[in-house]
Design a protein around this ligand. Structure first.
Ligand code: HEM
Length: 217
């Protein structure tokens, strides 16, 4: 960023560099941490889903030599776990939406949107639209099996040319976390009705305290 220039050879100002660094820290850290937190929450509330994730992850763990690290092929095998992560991000998307500018006049749902207008697309309302996701309140990872949701309906990472460039890294972070926690522990929430607050990401109001229960050897 210190050496990058625009088309006119101008460097970024200190303020612009600080803005980019903060954007990357928040965009790269808080999003994945919010996703992991809601996955932990749903897995404690849905024991049948927990069991299926555990089964998948133990098959991978048991195929490794002692101390052998996860590799790319192992990540590709975590299909059910990723479906669970996706369903968690559908119901509690870390990013609530993003802005766009209309590049031409168009009509949407009876509203005329002129070229140049700024728009905000909402992850939350898209993910809860029953036309895109039947029974939208139901936690159902099978929605992501086969070809999965139609394009631009499941948008936790946005869509199009400005889609999140950290998506694959986030997938890796989330799956490696799920693997390492679930193969060691079950867990139970300590607060039954903990509220989720969105500020700006969905986070349990009291930090989701859980009791970890190690698996028997
Ligand atoms: C679960 C984790 C994450 C979620 C849910 C998420 C979500 C999003 C969303 C919704 C956007 C806007 C996309 C659009 O406008 O179409 C975005 C943009 C962005 N994300 Fe992520 N993100 C995650 C992780 C990360 C990570 C790990 C990084 C970097 C290490 C990252 C870096 C960025 C950057 C730089 C942009 C701006 C892209 C642009 O404007 O061209 N994100 N992200």
């Amino acid at each position: 960023m210190l050496v990058a220039t625009d088309d006119n050879g101008q460097h970024m100002t200190d303020l612009e560099i600080a803005d980019k660094i903060l954007g990357l820290l928040i965009g790269g850290h808080d999003t994945a941490s919010a996703a992991i937190t809601v996955i932990v929450k749903y897995l404690s509330e849905l024991p049948h889903i927990y069991s299926l994730v555990l089964k998948e992850q133990m098959e991978i763990a048991n195929s490794k030599k002692p101390g052998e690290l996860l590799n790319w092929d192992d990540i590709q095998k975590m299909k059910y776990s990723w479906n669970v992560a996706c369903e968690s991000m559908r119901l509690a998307p870390p990013a609530q939406g993003a802005f766009r500018e209309a590049i031409k006049d168009f009509v949407f749902s009876g509203f005329s949107v002129p070229k140049g207008w700024k728009l905000y697309w909402s992850t939350h309302s898209t993910h809860r639209n029953p036309e895109c996701f039947p029974e939208p309140e139901k936690f159902d990872p099978t929605r992501f099996e086969g070809t999965g949701p139609v394009p631009y309906t499941f948008v936790p990472f946005g869509g199009g040319p400005r889609m999140c460039p950290g998506k694959e890294y986030a997938r890796l972070e989330i799956l490696v976390f799920m693997h390492n926690v679930i193969r060691r522990f079950n867990w139970e929430k300590l607060l039954a009705d903990e509220k989720i607050i969105v500020d700006p990401m969905p986070i349990p109001a009291k930090g989701l305290p859980v009791r970890l229960i190690p698996h028997k050897a």
